[in-house]
Design a protein around this ligand. Structure first.
Ligand code: FMN
Length: 214
């Protein structure tokens, strides 16, 4: 038992932060072709996704695209960046199943909680099976204060719009890469917040994107 515990702690400390790979060097579809081809995909093949593929999706969804300013792939009101992206992994090469936080500034993943959260996610989302079968579920949450401190009540609107921008980037880049993606808004807020470990007040889950190999 002690050995198992030690292994667990060791694993977590090693995995705490993980550098992602640079974006893939390939030309995907044109924006117009990706928009035309995008459809909500809800079944996935079960093939493994590479870490490079996940890195690419994260970079083009919400990563830093201008290192000088720190500005990112999706627009943000006053560059306040209220949206956090938590990849919840199932079948990604080299990544233990778990909940990770995407650190956009350093293009790293930080392990939040190790474990298999697929059934908990599906249960919190009206039993939607795609959350079990997807290679990764991008959980988009908001830290409201980041935008509220500048825009007060108007921030509510901005934050929801921003989640939409990031989710659409994720869907389009997935399509461009030949992967499937589906936006998911049908879930119980309290239950999903509980899965990710956010309080629902300072930070709350807003939107999900299931992504997988088809
Ligand atoms: C805000 C929002 C929430 C959605 N939630 C779900 C969902 O919970 N489950 C699901 O299967 N599809 C969900 N969808 C996907 C829609 O069903 C889908 O976009 C629609 O049927 C049109 O099909 P298309 O995306 O292939 O063009 C959602 C889409 C949006 C924009």
């Amino acid at each position: 038992m002690l050995a198992r515990q030690c292994h667990h702690v060791y694993n977590q400390s090693v995995m705490k932060k993980m550098r992602l790979t640079p974006e893939l060097a390939y030309d995907g579809l044109s924006v117009e072709k990706a928009i035309a081809k995008r459809r909500s995909e809800r079944s996935f093949s079960g093939r493994t996704m590479s870490l490079a593929e996940l890195s690419h999706i994260l970079h083009y969804s919400s990563g830093v695209t201008d290192k000088r300013t720190g500005f990112r792939a999706a627009p943000s009101a006053g560059a306040t960046y209220p949206i956090e992206v938590y990849p919840v992994t199932n079948n990604v090469e080299g990544l233990t199943r778990g909940i990770y936080r995407y650190l956009a500034a350093s293009h790293e993943l930080e392990l939040v909680r190790e474990g298999d959260f697929r059934h908990e996610m599906a249960l919190a989302a009206l039993g939607q099976r795609m959350l079990i079968e997807a290679n990764v579920v991008l959980v988009l949450s908001a830290i409201f204060q980041r935008t509220q401190r500048r825009y007060q009540e108007r921030a509510q609107r901005y934050i929801l719009l921003e989640a939409g921008h990031i989710a659409q980037n994720a869907c389009l880049v997935a399509t461009s890469m030949g992967l499937g993606a589906c936006a998911v808004g049908a879930f119980y807020d309290t239950d999903f917040n509980h899965v990710v470990g956010v309080d629902g007040r300072e930070e709350s889950v807003l939107y999900l994107v299931a992504v997988g190999k088809i």
